[in-house]
Design a protein around this ligand. Structure first.
Ligand code: S3P
Length: 433
């Protein structure tokens, strides 16, 4: 595929689509099962560049993977038998890989060297290296990748304290280290970040207790491998939910999507804007809440997104900013400074995309103000950020038909989390293009 895609305005979106497996749960299904000795079957694993980064790193420590029909088999000697990686653990574009695996590395009796691509090299790593050092790991004195983590002195301290940011990655990193520490840990988070790690490790026999915003981990429990059925990714479904909500006459079904309350803020925000989003057949699969989602097109109105909604809708904020650009009235996003340290500075890149499409946007240090209207086709850039490329596609689809198509540069960024995004777009759009 060339790295530029042209998307014409169109729709409505109709039909049913199974979105790929949840990225966060896929990483954890790989990592948590690698910690235990034995074999596990993972069904519905996201096959994307980010998850391949995690698999490549775990392979270097001695974990084996095998594809068996619809499943991925993880075969591990258990973390106590990992050997030193022969090379650098290259995490590519994946913040989840580098931060979660750093926590694992802190419990291993040798040095692990981490690195990533240009985007990952620009992202803050003190937030994981400082707590690991406080627990007794030796770590590189570095703000960013490349860096190393060495657990050969042992982890003499548990982690006891408050996290500065509500972050599923930082919390999970510390939890993985806490499993190998000599003393219990108590981690308090400032907001409800995604809790997939706690759920999965609990099911595997870890001594982990969650009480509101406080997570207690007692080390030493034997972990047993656990088969996982990964639900569809709400962060992938969000693009279709938003596109369908925006385009009149749309009516789509998204079966088997994870609706964990630490991830489902996008549904709350869309409903507050007037969208018709329904959840059917709610159930639990592998310890995660799952539902079949339907969305119909309707008039949207501006809203305010702030507080805990930010962390539960974190990765969906660029796409929600697109929804705001088409809504009637003004939308304000506050408390979202974390967006500046994602795969791109998502406040800057989202504002630039919307501005190019004729939207009135004001950028703040921790958010933005978007005046709803009728965005028009333009040339926009993903800046190598998968969620920007997909948000741009939603904006292009819903844009003013008179204004022509949108050219999206850096379209191949979708490989990071949603390789079939462009073909799924063709399947859902019912305007014959
Ligand atoms: C993730 C946590 C979030 C999210 C990222 C995936 C995870 O990052 O943005 O896409 O799987 O734990 P932060 O922990 O940096 O907020």
């Amino acid at each position: 595929m060339g790295d530029e895609i042209v998307v014409a305005p169109g729709g409505p979106l109709r039909g049913e689509l199974r979105v790929p497996g949840d990225k966060s749960i896929s990483h954890r299904a790989l990592i948590c099962n690698a910690l235990a000795e034995g074999e596990a079957r993972i069904r519905g694993l996201l096959d994307s560049a980010d998850c391949r980064s995690t698999m490549a790193c775990l392979s270097q420590w001695g974990v084996e993977f095998e594809i068996d029909a619809d499943n991925l088999l993880v075969r591990s000697p258990g973390q106590h038998s990992f050997h030193q990686a022969p090379g650098t653990l290259d995490c590519g574009n994946s913040g989840t890989s580098i931060r979660l695996l750093s926590g694992v590395a802190a419990g291993l009796p040798f040095r692990s060297q981490f690195d990533g691509d240009e985007s990952l090299r620009s992202r803050p790593m003190r937030r994981v290296l400082d707590p690991l050092a406080a627990m007794g790991a030796r770590v590189a004195d570095s703000d960013t990748a490349p860096f190393w983590v060495d657990g050969s002195d042992g982890l003499h301290q548990g982690f006891n304290g408050n996290l500065a940011v509500a972050s599923g990655q930082v919390k999970s990193c510390i939890v993985f280290a806490a499993l190998r520490a000599e003393h219990p840990s108590r981690i308090v988070e400032p907001g409800p970040s995604r809790d997939h790690t706690e759920r999965m490790l609990g099911a595997m026999g870890a001594d982990i207790e969650v009480d509101g915003s406080c997570i207690r981990v007692r080390p030493g429990a034997d972990l047993a491998t656990s088969d996982v059925h990964v639900p569809g990714d709400i962060s992938a479904a969000a693009f279709w939910m938003i596109a369908a909500a925006l385009i009149p006459g749309s009516d789509i079904g998204l079966p088997n999507v994870g609706v964990n309350p630490t991830r489902s803020g996008v549904i709350d925000v869309l409903r507050s804007m007037g969208a018709v989003v329904e959840l059917h057949n709610q159930r639990d699969v592998s310890g995660e809440p799952v539902a079949d989602i339907t969305v119909r097109g309707s008039q949207l109105y501006g809203t305010r997104i702030d507080g805990d909604l930010i962390v539960t809708a974190l990765d969906e904020l660029p796409a929600l900013a697109v929804a705001a650009a088409f809504a009637e009235g003004v939308t304000e996003i506050h408390d979202a400074a974390e967006l500046r340290v994602k795969e791109s500075d998502r406040i800057e890149t989202t504002s630039a995309m919307l501005t190019a499409m004729g939207v009135e946007v004001e950028e703040w240090p921790g958010g933005m103000r978007i005046v709803g209207g009728q965005p028009r086709g333009a040339t926009v850039d993903s800046h190598g950020d998968h969620r920007l490329a997909m948000s741009a596609a939603v904006a292009a689809l819903a844009s003013d038909p008179e204004s022509g198509p949108t050219t999206i540069r850096g379209a191949s960024a979708v490989e990071i989390s949603y390789p079939s995004f462009w073909s799924d777009l063709d399947r859902l759009r019912h305007d014959g293009r």
